[in-house]
Write a protein that binds this ligand. Sequence first.
Ligand code: NAP
Length: 303
Amino acid sequence: MSAPFATVAIVGLGLIGSSIARAMRQSLADTTILGYDRNPEVCARARALGLCDAYHDAFGPELADAQLVILCVPVGAMADAAAAMAPHLHSNAIISDVGSCKASVLAALRSALPHATIVPAHPVAGTENSGPEAGFATLFKGRWCILTPEASGDAAAAERVAAFWQALGAEVETMDAAHHDLVLAVTSHLPHLIAYTIVGTASDLEGVTQSEVIKYSAGGFRDFTRIAASDPVMWRDVFLHNKDAVLEMLQRFSEDLSALQRAIRWDKGDELEALFTRTRTIRRSIIEQGQDDARPDFGRDHD
Ligand code: NAP
């Protein structure tokens, strides 16, 4: 199969941007990669890693060579980045992104680029690490990439973007941006909010020392600390840009938490057990579908 694009520009060379570049080097070796990051120091680090074919800390006429431009910057930076690149884009270029929420990003891109072909995307894959060194070529393998094209959008352009992600090893699903935001609010955004809360609460506890929190963290806390170590700027933007869906899910979560609180207070063991049995089957389904590791202790190396 021929490559879906001859030249691709990646804007933002952090975890996701650098992972795309690495995966392209493996699977789309003939595609030219133009790398952009506003931070010249990040460009220098990406150059040292050999991620792209060219590096720029500002947009210029060379951007017109790109048939696909993928914005890999924090969600709150998408509008400014799109406005800055607008004068240099080829009129046939397809604009995409990897933002963790889609409705607000689509609105921002549409407003900055009223006549462009836009195919928003969200690879549902990541880690708690940031920067060009944090990326790896297999990040998207076997993971979902959700496309949220406009209803009136260019179907052929969406197919080319889908082919691009499939070439990087991802499975592609298409849905409406608002639906994406609701689904991700419960599967990703709320869990991050809970992790940030639990780790914050534990670190504020009087009567339990910091050293005890760290020493006995294997009791469950440790897994929350991994999520709570995620990039503060990226997650600040996700909550501010997916406000409605997150608040809706938070409301439901608070109600369910109150029900659990009541079950504990009134010794309703059967209610607790029924819930915990139901949640265990969800974990099993995730493993069966290859979305996590079934090895003991999440596959941690104990050598
Ligand atoms: P990251 O590692 O922090 O990388 C973001 C890069 O974008 C940084 O190099 C940053 O430069 C640069 N940047 C920030 N504002 C910019 C601007 N206005 N113009 C150009 N470059 C700019 O973040 P990431 O984890 O790759 O996240 C990037 C996007 O992917 C976000 O939209 C996020 O929602 C989405 N996403 C993340 C994950 C995940 O797990 N991390 C998963 C799926 C999707 P500075 O160093 O100067 O700030």
